[in-house]
Design a protein around this ligand. Structure first.
Ligand code: DC
Length: 229
């Protein structure tokens, strides 16, 4: 059976990670959450005092320390994947608001992107991979056999994110999260290096009015069509 690369890109909190993970599980592929890699580098910058809320980012200092940042993934007994920073499991820390508020400026630093893109490309060498992010179909794997671009309105995405954070016990307001979602959209789409945009050959999935089950059904149908299985 033909093994392919599946690139899933889209706006923050559009549900792309959930669907990418689920697709990978269904078809027996490796799943890589590229956003988690940018989040881990952001956590490093925060911990080392090179980034602070309100204080901005010292990009030059971060670039100078990139050799000290090692990002990896650990497979958990329940089948989930945790992100590690220099060997430490930081899965919980990288999902909080502190990292979410700093990650877009960090992801706009060209040297950070070059390093993480090279790592992402090495994961796809043997194909059989589903990767989600912002530039997977445009920059990381421009030749991916299956590309999906996911979109949903900022209001729907903010509502989903609030529910996610509340379920984890983080107290946040809808307004705060909506502002964060809109600000990340702005930075992600306007940055110079690999801005978020739909690849010309990407399938469009607008999931404002779709349930998770409907999305999966659509995704699996497209996957079967492309792999001929
Ligand atoms: O998907 P996410 O929300 O976890 O991504 C976190 C941030 O990382 C997001 O603001 C944009 C950035 N990112 C990126 O620039 N390129 C990627 N391939 C993945 C994420």
């Amino acid at each position: 059976m033909k093994r392919i690369i599946v690139a899933i890109d889209g706006y923050s909190s559009s549900g792309k990670s959930t669907m990418a993970r689920q697709l990978a599980r269904e078809v027996g592929y490796l799943y890589v959450d590229s956003g988690a890699m940018y989040r881990a580098v952001t956590l490093f910058a925060l911990r080392e005092g090179m980034a602070s809320q309100g204080g901005g980012l010292d990009a030059a200092a971060l670039v100078g320390r990139l050799d000290d940042v090692e990002v990896s993934f650990r497979l958990m007994p329940d089948g989930s994947q945790h992100t590690c920073l220099n060997g430490e499991d930081v899965e919980a820390q990288i999902r909080g608001m502190e990292v979410s508020e700093m990650v877009s400026p960090v992801a706009a630093v060209p040297e950070v992107r070059h390093r993480l893109v090279a790592m992402q490309q090495s994961y796809g060498r043997d194909k059989g991979i589903v990767m989600d992010g912002r530039d997977i179909g445009t920059t990381v794997f421009p030749d991916a056999e299956m590309k999906v671009f996911v979109q949903a309105s900022p209001e729907v995405r903010a509502r989903r994110r609030v529910d996610e954070l509340l379920a984890k016990g983080e107290s946040v307001s809808y307004e705060e999260v909506l502002a964060n979602v809109c600000e990340r959209d702005r930075i992600d789409t306007t940055r110079k290096e690999s801005p978020l945009r739909r690849a010309a050959d990407a399938l469009l999935l607008d999931n404002d009015h779709l349930t998770r089950e409907q999305q999966m059904e659509w995704l699996l149908k497209e996957f079967s069509r492309i792999t001929g299985k």
